[in-house]
Design a protein around this ligand. Structure first.
Ligand code: SF4
Ligand code: SF4
Length: 346
């Protein structure tokens, strides 16, 4: 993520488009990870359906519907999540080249439980991120059957990014972070290592949550590693955002410039990919933190990048109204209401 992405997003928002789109492409997943937000009862709104109960699509119908959605929203970037997206690997093999031809950057987030098709490696603008939650003694318990051994077999001779969601015990054990980073940094299949922090729901009490001391500890750890692990993608600006995340969805650039759909391709996941009532003050999503940092970059005088985005969202909405289109992006006013409620839009 670079500053020019913010300006690209600005341009998209200005014409009423959605810079970032994410789709839970299937409701199926063979894993049962503790702390999985996708299958949480309030993921799609309190009292509403959840990811297990919505209808989903497959085959050529899924390919067609996703392309229709993409052509409607014209995002810069599309994230395909789940469930386990590779449960639909045949459909993705048809879809990915077409998305690439449209100039869209596509990110597939997988547990690595299913082999990544070799054909995907040479596709431009396609990135596969494999979630690896800690060292084997933790990961293999949390994410069985997507164990280290299985992941290593399924990514052999491919190119992937590794995505780590850090939980409290990862930070509190001496040497844990180094062990993880050294292992994955040495793997030839790995392009980059991305780090997020576990994001709880409001009111959640769990062993995964980091304390504010843990966050400060993490920040100082990343400041200390410097260039020791060249594949690690971390920046002081992102680390600062981890320590002081957005106050709420209305302050979150990522939430404001993205649209998220669940597997029925109609129901929105709001206010961001986490759904439900995420605790923004403890947000640890690396993409959100990157956008938060970039959004606060100064453009000129007191003008920050996020002010340009906010202004262009208003212009984009007016543009859409003039053209009689549905609003792709919610208003800042309605976003501010999200701080303490759940929402679902059928
Ligand atoms: S792999 Fe993802 S969707 Fe599946 S249970 Fe784990 S966290 Fe949930
Ligand atoms: S929890 Fe969601 S809305 Fe809140 S700061 Fe994080 S990404 Fe943004």
């Amino acid at each position: 993520m670079r500053p020019f992405h913010i300006f690209q997003s600005w341009g998209k928002a200005l014409i009423g488009k959605v810079p970032m789109l994410s789709i839970e492409i299937t409701r199926e997943c063979p894993l049962q990870c503790p702390g999985c937000y996708a299958y949480g009862d309030s993921h799609l709104g309190s009292g509403g359906p959840n990811l297990r109960s919505v209808s989903d699509h497959r085959g050529d119908e899924l390919v067609r519907r996703v392309l229709e959605m993409v052509d409607e929203h014209e995002p810069l970037q599309l994230s395909l999540v789940g469930g386990e997206p590779l449960m639909r690997h045949r459909e993705l093999t048809k879809l990915l080249p077409q998305l690439s031809d449209r100039g869209i950057y596509t990110l597939i987030v997988t547990s690595g439980v299913i082999p990544i098709p070799h054909d995907w490696i040479c596709l431009p603008r396609v990135t596969v991120a494999v979630s690896v939650d800690g060292n084997p003694e933790d990961h293999d318990v949390r994410r069985k059957p997507a164990t280290y051994e299985r992941i290593l077999g399924n990514i052999a001779e491919r190119k992937v990014n590794i995505h780590w969601t850090v939980v409290r015990n990862n930070v509190e054990q001496a040497g844990y972070m180094d062990r993880y980073l050294a292992f994955w940094n040495a793997k030839p299949e790995v392009n980059r290592i991305w780090v997020s922090i576990y994001t709880p729901q409001i009111g959640e009490e769990s062993a995964e949550r980091l304390t504010s001391e843990n966050r400060a500890q993490l920040a100082s750890y990343f400041a200390s590693v410097g260039k020791k692990y060249p594949k690690l993608t971390m920046h002081p600006g992102i680390m600062a955002a981890f320590v002081k995340p957005p106050a709420g969805p209305s302050d979150c650039v990522f939430s404001r410039i993205s649209l998220n759909y669940t597997a029925d391709l109609r129901t929105r996941v709001e206010p961001c990919v986490f759904g439900g009532s995420p605790n923004c003050s403890e947000c640890g999503c690396s993409i959100s933190m990157g956008m938060h940092w970039l959004g606060n970059l100064t453009v000129a005088g007191p003008l920050r990048a996020k002010h340009l985005i906010n202004g262009s969202l208003s212009v984009g909405r007016a543009f859409n109204r003039l053209r009689g289109r549905n609003e792709n992006i919610r208003s800042a006013e309605s976003r501010s209401d999200y701080d303490d409620l759940i929402q679902i839009e059928q």
